[in-house]
Design a protein around this ligand. Structure first.
Ligand code: 13P
Ligand code: SF4
Length: 389
């Protein structure tokens, strides 16, 4: 999605780091309790040092929703996170993203037009009542609203297993049994292949696939849906026989980790521990010792025995911070050449200073708002997730 961040005035781009630190500190203290700054684990140090709360995407939004005194929520993260915060916070709270171009390339791989088109095409070959749409929290608010309207749910990398278990459980969905009073007949009248629930999972194929394998499904239960092709490039029978319809999206940061990296690390550190994020490919996840969200990775490193060597497959700013905060363990990036998430990296001191000084001057810059109808539908999908896990 194209978003336009206006260039900053010169006094932000030419200021030294020390000057900007002083300006951010001053603005922050002038705003006091009216302001809360949130920092995702992937943010750079110059920014995260100012975070009132560090966390994963959903944890931060939930934290913001509990800060009733905070009129301004400055979200140092990416666009979909700021949207989630706006959905979950009260109407008096204003959510601000310091750089409007801080998107998420994975979230941008699924848009509402494409999802609606694929959904309609799936409806031509199978009963849509048997398909539960699930969107990863890394998605636009309009997609969360789409799943809310279509009896689906949001998931995070922490609760994907519980949400997919719910989605595939016929009894969890009243409507999956068909029209009232006709459930037995309705179920029997359907083809044998077409009986169980299916999941349309977007935008990250890897999280969907990794969770499907965790639940005991195999490759023949999964099909990749390519949004650029009619019916995702699938034959009617592929759709009917699949349990998981996985959107062809990925995270460019996590997809870089390869099995060769795990093998090279294991040959250098035979007793080493490999921990990866579930946005990595299934081949990498299979070779890892542990897999989990950013919060999980932080916990797993702290639980590892002192003296251990740990290779972490996630964004480099978090890996470097874990290395600094765990001096009694050796923490390395699984890929020695891994690059940062370029959109998270857009949030820097000049942009933070610019939005905070705007607030001090009474000007709300870069406010992220989700319209009320979209927010109401998206909230349904988020609340369904919260009720499940
Ligand atoms: P978490 O929800 O685990 O923080 O992950 C967010 C993300 O963008 C991972 O790439
Ligand atoms: Fe998106 Fe990947 Fe960056 Fe996470 S690391 S914000 S999924 S591009």
């Amino acid at each position: 999605m194209f978003r336009l961040q206006p260039p900053l005035p010169d006094d932000f781009t030419t200021a030294t780091s020390d000057e900007l630190v002083t300006r951010v500190t001053t603005a922050r203290s002038r705003l006091g309790k009216r302001l809360v700054i949130l920092g995702h684990h992937y943010q750079r140090e110059e920014v995260i040092q100012f975070a009132d709360k560090r966390g994963d995407s959903l944890g931060l939004s939930r934290f913001a929703a509990d800060q009733h005194d905070a009129e301004f929520v400055v979200f140092c993260g990416v666009h979909f996170m700021a949207e989630s915060a706006d959905i979950l916070t009260g109407p008096r709270q204003k959510v601000i993203l310091p750089d409007l171009n801080a998107g998420c390339s994975m979230a941008d791989m699924a848009n509402l037009d494409d999802v609606a088109q694929i959904w309609n095409e799936l409806g031509e070959v199978t009963d849509l009542k048997a398909i539960v749409p699930i969107t990863y929290v890394n998605s636009a608010a309009v997609l969360k609203a789409f799943v809310g309207r279509n009896s689906g749910a949001v998931c995070t990398s922490t609760n994907a297993r519980a949400v997919l278990t719910w989605a595939l459980d016929r009894d969890a969905h009243g409507r999956k049994d068909g029209p009232a009073g006709a459930s037995g007949l309705w179920a029997e009248s359907r083809g044998a292949q077409d009986r169980s629930n299916k999941v349309l999972f977007f935008p990250d194929q890897h999280l969907g696939r990794n969770t499907g394998f965790q639940l005991g499904y195999g490759p023949s239960d999964m099909q990749v849906v390519d949004p650029r092709r009619r019916l995702g490039g699938l034959a009617d029978t592929d759709v009917k026989e699949a349990t998981f319809l996985l959107w062809k999206g990925h995270c460019s940061v996590h997809q870089r980790f390869r099995t060769e990296h795990v093998e090279a690390f294991r040959s250098r550190h035979p007793d080493g521990i490999v921990i990866v994020h579930p946005e990595c490919s299934h081949e990498v996840v299979e070779l890892a010792d542990e897999v989990g969200s950013t919060d999980y990775i932080i916990g797993a490193v702290s639980r590892a025995p002192a003296g251990s060597t740990i290779a972490v497959g996630t964004e480099i700013h978090l890996v470097d911070r874990l290395a600094r905060e765990n001096p009694d363990r050796t923490v390395l990036s699984l890929d020695p050449l891994v690059c940062p998430c370029s959109t998270m990296f857009r949030i820097d001191l000049p942009h933070l200073a610019w939005v905070l000084e705007g607030l001090v001057a009474g000007e709300v810059r870069n406010r992220i708002t989700v319209d009320e109808k979209t927010a109401a539908d998206a909230r349904v999908a988020l609340e369904r997730m919260l009720a499940i896990a």
